[in-house]
Write a protein that binds this ligand. Structure first.
Ligand code: GTP
Ligand code: MN
Ligand code: MN
Length: 589
């Protein structure tokens, strides 16, 4: 046992009495213990060790075929009152859900070992960090948690001997039975129960379950914010670094932006970009009154397909050692891994994500589209030197964004904080032809938190507004970007990726009062000549097109916002109703 904390010890006893493992192992985080677990995991066929020269310390894992993604339909927020989960979450009464899950957990670890994983979200020693304990019967979970969090004895030190402020996570693979798969959060009890899945997003309870769903609830109660945001630092040639956090829905480019490589001309001038986080930000008001952010995670759980030397060299470099690959192709010739979009040479002698011999010429995909790498942040060539800073980094700008083919311009700035909250609340992405066949179906995803907000979304908006009141004139400026405007043939107009730096620099210039702007019905926009397009394939007219606000489209948009807002009933803050009225008045001017 690694702790004398009675709250922890009693709870572990209680959960062991329920799940009845043969053995309980406390995870101290030592290299010896981890190596033992790796060998165990390999011996039971759960993992394979990859080429020690090309991919030192790397492992390969395949999930069950029916267990390859987060399951939003089976994800629940079980607050005591239904109204507190809100219209955007699945809800069940804890009085019903606990007994139902207890039945599934009863005796489910018989013949297995229960691992007790203490972990810290955020740097050890930081006041912004929080501790969780996950109980699991999966070595895969232990080995992934080691990469994704600060795992081991230090986490119990951070908790202390008396505190009861830790998140209680219980996970069992149980039967991997799809019908009885549940990812359930009890925010008022600091508790997460996950059963019948072995897939990362469902079982690495520190990530979406704790750091977003439970933490967003805690932030609401305690006066801080847990957000689905990347954090990056931009260093100018004088060596000053300014930090930006940005929320985009899943698969809209957070990991890419967080590890951006500036265009050559900017590198030559001395600009640098530093990655603090690629998925989650916890933000608090610091002693100086500004908003400070930490990345609660310690690694990247990234989508593998499409990651390559051109699209995201920093992410790829992060996966070259100490990484766990899930559901990718196994190249048997040199015992390495492959996925679609890595390079143009699929391996000939290979096993696909299902564990079958794979013929790359038969048209089937070798890697699952949601195959993943779990990579240590310290591997990233551009990881920020503030990564472990217990104080976090001060945020100058908050950026929202999504995939919009026509509506949203390349970039605009909100008129003030509350207008910025409005801009975040109406965030949306459109489905692409490739994905569904139906083009332009708008999916609202406020602040990119739709699947991750642990309480009523209307209360969440109100919390944002309240944070703005507390921050006053020290509040970060709020912007919206859209890298995904398309031409009539459906091609992206803006080059994106590294060139997004050009937009970020206008954003920072605005924060420092060094750039002008034009008023539009939706907010402030750059003067076209203030976005540097030198060296790009697009001319000033194209840029003007990218910044164009189509009043008719926006009138349609306003109707969609009305419909969306109607869901939240009387929990929708008055301020947001006013913002919508202002937008409509501006459009009708
Ligand atoms: P989660 O990790 O699931 O929260 O998603 P994410 O926001 O990190 O998304 P990710 O970076 O994995 O998704 C990136 C997808 O967007 C890939 O298909 C990229 O090719 C594409 N993408 C990223 N940045 C840009 C850009 O600037 N322009 C264009 N056109 N595509 C981009
Ligand atoms: Mn990502
Ligand atoms: Mn995410």
């Amino acid at each position: 046992m690694l702790t004398n904390n009675k709250n922890v010890l009693n709870w572990v006893d209680e959960m062991a009495a329920l799940t009845k493992p043969d053995k309980i192992v406390w995870i101290d985080g030592s290299e010896e213990q981890l190596e033992e677990l790796r060998n165990l995991s390999i011996s039971i066929g759960e993992m394979e060790r990859l080429n020690e020269e090309k991919l030192p310390g790397c492992l390969l894992h395949r999930t069950a075929l029916n267990d390859v993604a987060r399951v939003e339909g089976r994800t629940f927020i079980c607050s005591r009152e239904k109204e507190n989960a809100g219209p955007t979450n699945n809800w069940e009464d804890p009085k019903v859900m606990y007994p139902k899950l207890r039945k599934l957990f009863d005796g489910c670890m018989k013949g297995r070992t229960m691992y007790v994983i203490p972990y810290c979200m955020g740097p050890i020693g930081s006041k912004l960090s929080k501790v969780g304990v996950e109980l699991t019967d999966s070595t895969y979970v232990v080995l992934n948690m080691d990469i994704m969090t600060r795992m081991g004895a230090d986490a119990f030190k951070q908790l202390g001997d008396e505190s009861n402020d830790f998140v209680r996570g219980l996970h069992s693979k149980a039967q991997l039975d799809e019908e009885n798969r549940y990812i359930v959060h009890f925010p008022e009890d600091n508790t997460i129960w996950s059963v019948n899945s072995g897939y990362g997003g469902n079982v690495l309870l520190g990530k979406k379950c704790f750091a977003l769903r439970i933490a967003s609830y805690q932030g609401w109660k305690e006066g801080w914010m847990a957000e689905h945001m990347l954090i990056l630092g931009i260093e100018n040639p004088q060596g000053e670094i300014k930090y930006i956090s940005a929320a985009f829905p899943s698969a809209c480019g957070k990991t890419n932006l967080a590890m951006l490589i500036p265009p050559k001309a900017y590198l030559e001038k001395g600009y640098k970009v530093w990655c603090v986080g690629d998925d989650i930000a916890w933000m608090r008001i610091g002693p100086d009154g500004r908003l400070w952010a930490i990345n609660p995670e310690n690694g990247f759980f990234g989508v593998a397909p499409g990651t390559n030397e051109k699209s995201n060299p920093n992410a790829l470099a992060s996966t070259r050692q100490g990484t766990i690959f899930t559901n990718v192709v196994h190249n048997l010739d040199d015992n390495t891994v492959w996925w679609e979009g890595l390079d143009k040479n699929p391996p000939k002698n290979a096993v696909n994500w299902k564990g079958e011999k794979w013929d790359c010429t038969d048209g089937s995909k070798g890697a699952h589209p949601n195959s993943r790498f779990t990579a240590p942040a310290k591997n990233c060539p551009c990881v920020s030197k503030e990564f472990d800073n217990p104080n976090g980094v001060p945020i100058s700008a908050i950026v929202f964004g999504g995939r919009r083919a026509k509506t949203a311009p390349l970039v605009y700035q909100s008129r003030d904080w509350n207008h910025g909250v409005f801009v975040g609340s109406i965030m949306a992405s459109e489905t692409t032809a490739a994905a569904t066949g139906a083009v332009g179906v708008v999916r609202r995803d406020p602040m990119a938190m739709l699947p991750f907000c642990g309480y009523h979304m209307g209360d969440y908006f109100a919390h944002w507004i309240e944070m703005g009141e507390k921050l006053g004139d020290k509040a970060p400026k709020i912007f919206n970007v859209n890298w995904f405007r398309t031409d009539d043939e459906g091609h992206f107009i803006w080059p994106g990726f590294g060139d997004n730096m050009r937009v970020l620099l206008w954003i920072l210039a605005r924060c420092e009062g060094k750039a002008d702007a034009m008023e539009t019905p939706i907010g402030y926009e750059p003067k076209p000549e203030d976005i540097d397009i030198e060296g790009l394939d697009i001319d000033l007219d194209t840029l003007k097109g990218l910044l164009d606000v189509d009043v008719d489209l926006w009138k349609e948009e306003a109707k969609g916002i009305h419909e969306f807002y109607a869901k939240f009933g009387d929990r929708l803050p008055e301020e947001l109703k006013k913002q919508l009225a202002t937008l409509e008045a501006n459009l009708n001017k």
